[in-house]
Design a protein around this ligand. Structure first.
Ligand code: ZN
Length: 272
């Protein structure tokens, strides 16, 4: 069983997975600690599209990538439109969206790669970051699974892309769910609840509490993954709620939309 840990590099606190690092994967999920951004983006804001000073954001991204010895010219970012489209990424896309929002991969919410030296990066403040690693085919992926992405089963599209592009066998794939909004805080309205139950009749992850409706997005994503053939013991869920922990993370809901973004980053290290 592999596990996640907190790591600290020159004051930058981030989450990583030792078992993946040992196998040549660079993986990290940033917190909001340290960094160049000011209120309400304090301080390690990674989002270029939220109204923060781009110079601060680029400095923050540079700082976080220095943990892995990665330059921004190696990073690839996608538009994140709460859709379910997946892009295969190689050296041709290197640097897209890393220093300006205009060059992101348009219309994309998940990326897969098997090219060493390419860092896939996506940005979050409540949506669920889902990381994938196939140790047999040496391939990785990242998906942005908010409530819309969950409804459209973006994690399933990501797995299918890994199968098509790399010949991955789903039973080999390991998955990590990073910090995102939890069932403690993700209250939804009855009309959405009905839609969710229609898409996931067997298992919707919806729960009633004090006559209010809450949705466990992680549980729904985990169920989609297990139904697709991922082994339950290869899924690790950090279980942290971003809305409960605004001391550590940005939360779009808790901070009413005026906040920064964390970065989820994953890539294959170039062998030294
Ligand atoms: Zn919470």
């Amino acid at each position: 069983m592999y596990k996640w840990i907190w790591e600290n590099y020159r004051g930058i606190q981030y989450i990583t997975i030792p078992h993946w690092l040992e196998q040549g994967i660079d993986i990290g999920f940033s917190s909001r600690h340290t960094g160049a951004s000011h209120h309400p983006f304090h301080s390690l804001n990674m989002g270029l599209h939220v109204g923060d000073n781009p110079i601060s954001v680029i400095r923050n991204r540079h700082e976080f990538m220095s943990v892995f010895g990665i330059g921004l010219e190696q990073v690839v970012c996608c538009q994140q439109v709460h859709g379910s489209s997946v892009a295969y990424v190689n050296r041709q896309q290197a640097g897209r969206g890393a220093e300006d929002y205009e060059t992101v991969l348009p219309g994309i919410d998940a990326m897969v790669t098997n090219t060493p030296g390419i860092m896939l990066a996506a940005f979050y403040a409540d949506c669920i970051p889902v990381f994938f690693f196939d140790p047999i085919k040496s391939a990785v992926a990242i998906a942005h699974s908010g409530w819309k992405g969950t409804m459209d089963k973006i994690v399933l599209n990501t797995l299918q892309t890994m199968v098509e592009e790399f010949g991955s066998d789903i039973v080999d794939i390991e998955v990590f769910l990073g910090p995102g909004i939890g069932p403690c805080c993700f209250q939804i309205q009855p009309d959405l609840s009905e839609k969710v139950s229609k898409v996931f009749p067997e298992f919707d992850g919806i729960m009633d509490r004090n006559r209010e409706i809450y949705w466990d997005l992680r549980l729904t994503n985990i169920n989609i993954l297990i139904e697709a053939g991922i082994k339950p013991d290869k899924i690790i869920d950090c279980g942290i709620c971003t809305s409960c922990r605004t001391d550590l993370f940005y939360s779009h809901r808790r901070e009413k939309g005026r906040t920064g973004r964390m970065m989820a980053a994953i890539g294959l290290r170039i062998p030294r």
